[in-house]
Design a protein around this ligand. Structure first.
Ligand code: MG
Length: 264
């Protein structure tokens, strides 16, 4: 099932996405969900065309934990070694936006980059998850863009500003809940800018697997329903300019599209 979060006439709801097509092509319908998707819920049978709503980030995370340098070719393109221990950092909840929302070019940067990433959405509170239980805590998958002020990342020892500014975490367009970990671990992932391909990889090229990352992160901290793990980006990162439209597409999940605007 594909679960979106949206607003219509000032009301916010979750809905199951039905039909074939994309956000852009139309033809999709939302069956409004009664309850919260992570727990028991039912479909109301009340349907609205997706073209009539504003999509919101599909989850409201308590935290977004991101992993750096998880694809060897991407680490190499920035002159970095693959780390012995996964590099983990946070993106604040205030950085999260949905598909169709604008990325605001930050005032302190002259080098903004896209990073297409598979996002793992957590479905239940968990800590110290054993490898064989990871499947029980994953709710589903969505597309992410770990938008990065590359110059600030290189200048500043911690990445809180470079990767944590407002609008730096597009997520969406919805969460795909019907995919096994094995399936999610072998998907095409790509980024285009103004329709031109920039990044193309496969999630099977991740150095640390989805299971590895959940084990590693929950060794340290409790994850809550709706929390998100960004799993790293394949090679091909590159600049975003004001006016650009960046799209992250993951096979079997969907396309996350955002425009870059000047702030203010
Ligand atoms: Mg990244």
């Amino acid at each position: 099932m594909r679960i979106a979060r949206f607003s219509i006439d000032g009301n916010v709801a979750f809905g199951a996405v039905e039909g074939e097509g994309t956000v852009e092509s139309g033809g999709l319908v939302l069956d409004i969900i009664k309850g919260i998707p992570y727990t028991d819920f039912e479909l109301s049978g009340t349907k609205v065309p997706l073209s009539k709503v504003r999509l919101l980030p599909p989850v409201l995370p308590n935290k977004v934990v991101a992993i750096g340098r998880n694809y060897a070719e991407h680490a190499a393109e920035l002159g970095n070694e693959v780390p012995d221990v996964p590099v983990a950092f946070f993106k604040p909840t205030t950085s999260v936006i949905g598909s169709g929302d604008a990325i605001e070019y930050p005032s302190f940067s002259n080098e903004l980059h896209h990073e297409a990433e598979l996002a793992v959405v957590i479905g239940r509170m968990c800590r110290e998850v054993p490898r064989e239980r990871v499947k029980d805590v994953v709710f589903g998958y969505t597309c992410a863009n770990d938008v990065t002020a590359r110059d600030a990342q290189q200048r500043e020892k911690q990445w809180a500003r470079a990767k944590g500014f407002d609008t730096s975490c597009p997520l969406g367009p919805w969460v795909e809940t019907g995919m096994s970990i094995a399936a999610a671990s072998d998907l095409t992932i790509q980024a285009t800018v103004n329709g031109e391909q920039r990044q193309l990889g496969r999630t099977s090229d991740m150095i640390r697997s989805i299971e590895d990352l959940v084990v590693h992160i929950t060794e340290a901290m409790t994850l809550l329903p709706g929390d998100v793990i960004l799993t790293g980006t394949p090679a091909g990162v590159g600049p975003l300019n004001v006016g650009d439209e960046v799209a992250v597409t993951i096979e079997g999940i969907g396309t996350l599209t955002n425009k870059v605007i000047k702030r203010g």
